[in-house]
Design a protein. Sequence first.
Lengths: 246, 246
Amino acid sequence: MNSPFHRLEEFVSPTEPEKSKLQRHFGEPRKIGRGQSIRKEGDRIDGIFFLLEGWIASSILLRDGKRQIVKIHLPGDLLGCPSLALRESGETLEALTDARISPIPNCAIGQIFKEAPRMAVGLFLSAQKERVALMQALAWVGASQAVERLAALLIDLHHRLSVVDQVSDGAFEFPLTQFQVGEILGLTYVHVNRTFRKLDELGCIRRGKGRIEITDQARLQSLAASTQPSFAGAFAWERLGKPFAA
Amino acid sequence: MNSPFHRLEEFVSPTEPEKSKLQRHFGEPRKIGRGQSIRKEGDRIDGIFFLLEGWIASSILLRDGKRQIVKIHLPGDLLGCPSLALRESGETLEALTDARISPIPNCAIGQIFKEAPRMAVGLFLSAQKERVALMQALAWVGASQAVERLAALLIDLHHRLSVVDQVSDGAFEFPLTQFQVGEILGLTYVHVNRTFRKLDELGCIRRGKGRIEITDQARLQSLAASTQPSFAGAFAWERLGKPFAA
DNA sequence: CGGGCTATTGAAGTTGATCAATAACGGTGG
DNA sequence: CCACCGTTATTGATCAACTTCAATAGCCCG
């Protein structure tokens, strides 16, 4: 599960010809420096992106100047899909680390639906999975306290990073500033700091040098607002009646 | 735009044969009484539902017993889609008013992707639209204050209800209790009450008998956390390169 | 060795939560 | 038709979580 395509294979595993058909649509990889934005709210939608490497934040700006980060994208994620339903981009995509992305033009989506319908089902299910993630995030922010939110975020990141082999011994690179964590959780950076310290003092985590180590997973889990939902994987495909031959 | 199928036609308008193919999958409409739930978290996923009539809340339960309503579904919405990516349902669907739904079995989704690929594109874009709505909701709850959240909610409902012809003279039925509004906005019902009063005193709205009238739309708009994004409609389909013949 | 960003910590202030009591409403049965 | 009951709405008083303001320290980088 450490291929960069794990997200595209999660629900429907592509055959070799499908894989190559898919990859033909991937544009030349582009490097994005930390702090740079790929796309801003209001920009024209000329495609989506496949994230090969690095962390990208998707955020929304509010009238009062506050920003809400609605998703932390990790390698393997598709970026910019929600805006396909909009006239212009509804999110800002900003690199939290140096990153590499592969642009995918709009028409490629159309062609995937046409030429690789099984992959289209995969894209559809993947969108549903993102909805679940957003629902969870909304529940965290709307109905739980700072510690519970932060614990949930760390567990989520730990889990998603382990899928892409970026966790060793419960520790992982953590490039977010506390300010950015605040923008994810709907807290001020001051309070994020205090909440980190609390988790630290409880012995759940250890921090340092842009890394985080989860020292007591069970404890952290018990503090978190909710448990991870379990995704259906290939079962989702079976449930839909396997509409297309493999 | 007052057909119950407006959501399915928003991005890709179906031809007559497509329409009938689609509707063949719709099961016998079922009545749901106010307060009853269609599906609970953890339930088996045996399909999705098309909402013909009434209001349905999709909610998530947290460990501490608090509930977050993540979506208010109105007529024309598809219910239960996010859980297609999960092993078991990740949301509870509860009727906020008496409602009518038409069940759609899982295999129908597969068949739609197979037999009506244009409709599949429509479903895909519709899922992206739902993501945008969730992103907005997350931004409201995470990064704005009570008045701004409530104003945004009322404007959103007003807008969505007007699409299904349930607004007259800026007034509409409002079956939510203040407790439920709290579950949407991440506030207590006491504070929801005070916030309603504030909007009332500002002359933005008038309340009474399970109805709400928006008396000063511009004012309300200016209080809201953000403006509605503008959806792409048929343009989204063109952008994808119109993959399938009409 | 600065300069700028990030982290940390304290003190005071606000928003919204909690606790509590009462009023209004809607439906039911007598 | 009215009394009664449970649910919902309203309001006040107090409390807590989180914010704001402010100051200092640590870190990375040129």
